[in-house]
Design a binder for this molecule. Sequence first.
Ligand code: 4NP
Length: 144
Amino acid sequence: MKILMVCLGNICRSPLAEGVMQHLADEHDLDWKVDSAGTGSWHVGEGPDRRSVRTARNHGIDISKQVCRQFRLSDFERFDHIFVMDRYNLSDVQSMAPDEGLASKVRLLLGNREVPDPYYDDSQFEPVFELIEGGCKDIIKLLR
Ligand code: 4NP
């Protein structure tokens, strides 16, 4: 199964979601491939934000090798499930979907809640990690 995690910049939240989801899938011996992308293009080619790298490392997960990329149309076909962090990501990605079937692949990671953007607040990286980890554990239960 192929899963894509999407946020705005692809440097704070979705790299954490990629790292946590891949880590949990590997732990459960699931043949899942997890990737991430951003709706914006500002940080394309960069590594994740160092605060996300540090937070993931504190939980035993290395996300330092990830490289930021922008969401693209072909992602609708390449991935089975596309999880977004907030309602802006949801409308941005769904509005790009060529049809209803592909649009239905896109869901909020937390179901009906948002993962807030921690970019302007250092103190939010750990709480954001915990929200993401909870969402990823629910997805394992749902889709394994
Ligand atoms: P992310 O956070 O969407 O969780 O990666 C952001 C990172 C950078 C920007 C916005 C959000 N930015 O505007 O550069």
